[in-house]
Write a protein that binds this ligand. Structure first.
Ligand code: TMP
Length: 231
């Protein structure tokens, strides 16, 4: 069961307490650049709202004022080098803000949360792409958000050339988009591997299909989640 992160009253150290009895569902959307996250998140949210649920959308890195400040540092090109370890720690600092100040309060109030990227992005980009140790990433994840893992993760997948061609039409590249083709190949491979390791949480959607086909696939997945919810 998902638990909220809190501070233990007796000892002042981090601890966990039971979350609300009827929490909302936590859904994340992942994928390399240019796979159509924004369009598909809009369709996903509309489908959940049509079923009568309140939905909060957020994104990572970001989602709170402080976390958005961290996002600016991470995304903007700058003369000061950003060591990979600093990048990873900043991403998890932003995640701590988003989880504690936005995601958990919403879930505990029964609101569904759709988050554009989460810890699977850190595994794929910092682990797969940059080559940082996966054990370190998973230890940070455990420390920062405990067992707050998504109920469902939708991995939007497309070959790197397809994603890059779409992302390339969106204006000046950010710090991540400046990476080379092989970086994104490693990120994509890592995503597919993580999804294969956790089939009970992941759905992989091929976004080279038509917009309508992708939207219908997402609709069917949400239908399943909504029906589960009725049990
Ligand atoms: P986006 O929000 O436009 O998709 O861009 C966010 C960028 O941040 C994207 O290139 C992936 C990167 N990122 C990581 O490298 N690690 C992470 O944990 C997260 C959440 C994002």
């Amino acid at each position: 069961m998902r638990q909220s992160l809190s501070t233990c009253g007796d000892c002042g150290k981090g601890g966990t307490t039971d979350a609300d009895m009827k929490p909302g569902k936590f859904i994340t959307v992942e994928g390399i650049e240019g796979v159509g996250k924004s369009t598909n998140i809009a369709a996903l949210v509309a489908r959940i709202e049509a079923a009568g649920h309140k939905v909060l959308t957020t994104r990572e890195p970001g989602g709170t004022p402080f976390a958005e400040d961290i996002r600016d540092i991470l995304m903007n090109r700058s003369d000061e080098p950003l060591p990979e370890v600093a990048e990873l720690l900043m991403i998890f600092a932003a995640r701590s803000l988003n989880v504690n100040n936005v995601i958990l309060p919403a879930l505990e109030a029964g609101t569904w949360v759709v988050c554009d990227r989460f810890t699977d992005s850190s595994r794929a980009y910092q682990g797969g792409g940059r080559g940082l140790p996966m054990e370190t990433i998973d230890r940070l994840a455990d420390w920062v958000h405990g067992d707050t893992w998504p109920d469902l993760t939708i991995l939007l997948d497309a070959p790197v050339e397809v994603g890059m061609a779409r992302a390339g039409t969106r204006g000046a590249p950010d710090r991540f988009e400046l990476e080379r083709h092989d970086f994104f190949e490693r990120v994509r491979e890592c995503y597919l591997q993580i999804a294969a390791n956790e089939p009970e949480r992941f759905v992989v959607i091929d976004t080279t299909r038509s917009i309508e086909e992708v939207r219908d696939h997402i609709g069917a997945i949400i239908e399943g989640l909504l029906n589960d919810n009725l049990l």
